[in-house]
Ligand binder design. Structure first.
Ligand SMILES: C[S@@+](CC[C@H](N)C(=O)[O-])C[C@H]1O[C@@H](n2cnc3c(N)ncnc32)[C@H](O)[C@@H]1O
Length: 293
């Protein structure tokens, strides 16, 4: 198992996702002799997981069952242990596309945080690209490094424990793209420019507040970046429901003395209704291009 390559059978040390339903799943590290408790009973790793194919339906000790899924960056994002605020797939998908990431891309990121975005970047740039990720909180940097190793993607990423605003990314003229998710991104724009390849390259900065965006845009312009673009992605989820409505008789023969036609039975149909409560604003994404000249 690796986060960038599908593995058929579960092995010692693999990460697997125990799936009880879309709103109920969690990650486990597969280990000989370990047991995992679920509401359906115990899963015994040696008997129930090791040597079984990912995707198996596993019966727990109380008779209920779960699916055991192969990990992906998308599943990791909704299951990872939160050490910080994280980016979710809606923003991540726009970031990877607008930064034009592809296999072989070299990317610089700060901060690493909980590694949600990092896993998605690594999957996109594998097998020949590289991610340099900078995190100034020592425990977070160490934990991220440990997770990358456990997820068998350690060779695709270098974690640096330093302050990106003071020391930059530790690389010069190599990056195809830079991503910033820090409180004061404007202080890192000069370092981002240094890290980017000599000509061209894309940058993205994520900020919750418009005042941060304004300062970042000024810094981007000062450093000669072009094609500045700020956007906000809002996800609109529709609930699909079966709706029952009475069928009105609109035909001839309705007694004119009645105030409205009598209903002629009930019709059922599917309808999509936007949820009343939706995830609102998370942050603004500001993109720009390092000038070619
Ligand atoms: C919101 S989190 C990043 C979350 C990450 N994008 C994810 O998806 O999991 C911001 C991280 O930036 C780190 N950070 C803030 N300022 C920094 C700086 N100047 N240099 C390096 N890391 C910094 C924080 O310690 C924190 O872990």
């Amino acid at each position: 198992m690796s986060f960038v390559e599908y593995g058929e059978l579960m092995k010692e040390g693999d990460t697997a996702i125990i799936f009880l339903g879309h709103d109920s799943m969690f990650p486990v590290k597969v280990q000989h002799g370990s047991q995992t408790q679920t509401k359906y009973g115990v899963i015994r790793h040696s008997a129930d997981l090791i040597g079984k194919p990912f995707g198996s339906k596993v019966t727990c000790s109380k008779g209920g069952w779960v699916y055991v899924l192969h990990p992906t960056p998308e599943l990791w994002t909704v299951n990872l242990p939160h050490r910080t605020q994280i980016l979710y797939s809606t923003d991540i998908s726009m970031i990877t596309m607008m930064l034009e990431l592809k296999p072989g891309s070299v990317v610089c990121e700060s901060g690493t945080g909980s590694g949600s975005l990092s896993h998605a970047i690594i999957r996109t740039i594998a097998p020949t690209g590289h991610l340099y990720t900078v995190e100034f909180h020592q425990q977070r940097a160490e934990k991220a490094e440990e997770e990358f190793r456990e997820h068998k993607v350690g060779h695709l990423v270098t974690v640096k424990n330093m302050d990106v605003c003071k020391s930059g990314f530790g690389v010069t003229d190599v990056a195809d793209a830079v991503f910033l998710d820090i409180p004061s991104p404007w202080e890192a724009i000069g370092h981002a420019k240094e890290a980017l390849k000599v000509k061209g390259g894309r940058i993205c900065s994520f900020s919750p507040c418009i005042e941060q965006v304004q300062r970042t845009c000024l810094a981007l312009e000062e450093h000669g970046f072009t094609e500045l673009d700020t956007l906000e992605i809002l996800l609109r989820v529709y609930d699909v429901r079966t709706v029952s409505l009475p069928i009105a008789d609109l035909g001839a023969g309705t007694p004119s003395s009645l105030p409205c036609p009598a209903p002629q039975g009930v019709a059922q149909f599917k309808s999509g209704v936007p949820l009343k409560e939706v995830v609102g604003h998370t942050g603004y994404l500001t993109f720009a291009t390092k000038s070619l000249f």
